[in-house]
Design a protein around this ligand. Structure first.
Ligand code: AMP
Length: 277
């Protein structure tokens, strides 16, 4: 019988059972990465809500909003298999008032690294995540480390705006050959998929190095050796809390983040790197 499909806020209220509640926000086209988040949510709370909403606000002009994969029946089946209690799948006009004015600003951190390539993306993402928190009112919410800057920005929003929710990060799920799972991987041709492997290869090359300069150099070398289908957007070694580039003397955890286009498909990946002693 599970899960209940909630299309609006009153469906959501009716579906509540009481007890602790975990939210897993997604844009659908669910894969094993999403499922790992759902399983973590199940372990941590009595009730699990998965939201499925392709948020128009976080796509820029020329991005893939129209053609983003929408596979609701398969998503529902995956949620059923994972024991999800409620799938919240609102229409866009249920989420956004036609005369809406107020939104969340991601600040300077939203304009660097991934934000430099996707202006407005983090504002739109934070706005929908805050709305989902207010609609679902979860005790905790689970997000993937795959979108490392997103996870950091959500932690910042929760701290800066005193949002009463616990944020749980979950490790990146990969194919056996290293490619990070993504709903966008289905766009890739065979040649593009082979080229896309250079992302995780570069991260592995960089992650073994002891200093920021060597991490950057090894990862850049691996990217330079990638097949011609791959067009690198950025390679960054940043402080996980601020997403600012780390200085050469930096010690501690850093995020090695990469973005590239394989044909028409934009892919991102990252690895946590431990620097210094
Ligand atoms: P999306 O549907 O792409 O908006 O992603 C929904 C959630 O799943 C986000 O918190 C992502 O970080 C997470 N996610 C996406 N891909 C993966 C992956 N390969 N491993 C772990 N989490 C992921």
């Amino acid at each position: 019988m599970h899960p209940i499909v909630a299309r609006n806020r009153s469906d959501l209220t009716e579906a509540r059972k009481g007890g602790t509640l975990a939210l897993v926000p997604t844009m659908g086209a669910l894969h094993e990465g999403h499922r790992s988040l759902i399983r973590l949510a199940r372990e941590r709370a009595d009730e699990v809500v998965v939201s499925v909403f392709v948020n128009p606000l976080q796509f820029g002009p020329g991005e893939d909003f129209q053609r983003y994969p929408r596979t609701f029946d398969a998503d529902l089946a995956a949620c059923r298999e994972e024991g999800v209690d409620v799938v919240f799948a609102p229409a866009a006009d249920e989420m956004y008032l036609p005369d809406r004015q107020v939104s969340v600003s991601a600040g300077g951190m939203g304009r660097i690294v991934e934000g430099a390539s996707r202006p407005g993306h983090f504002d739109g993402m934070l706005t929908v995540v805050l709305k989902l928190f207010n609609l679902v009112r979860p005790d905790l919410a689970v997000f993937g480390q795959k979108d490392a800057q997103q996870l950091s920005m959500i932690r910042r929003m929760v701290a800066d705006l005193d949002v009463p929710v616990e944020i749980v990060g979950a490790p990146t799920v990969r194919e056996p050959d290293g490619l990070a799972l993504s709903s966008r991987n289905r766009y890739l041709s065979d040649a593009e998929r082979r080229a896309a492997l250079s992302l995780s290869r570069a991260l592995r090359a960089g992650a073994g190095e002891p200093t920021p300069a060597r991490v950057r150099a090894s990862a850049a070398k691996a990217l330079a050796e990638a097949p011609p289908e791959l067009e690198v957007d950025y390679l960054a070694l940043v402080d996980p809390a601020t997403f600012l580039e780390v200085p050469d003397a930096y010690e501690g955890e850093a995020v090695l983040a990469v973005a590239a286009r394989a044909g028409a498909t934009r892919l991102i990946d990252n690895a946590v790197v431990r620097l210094g002693r």
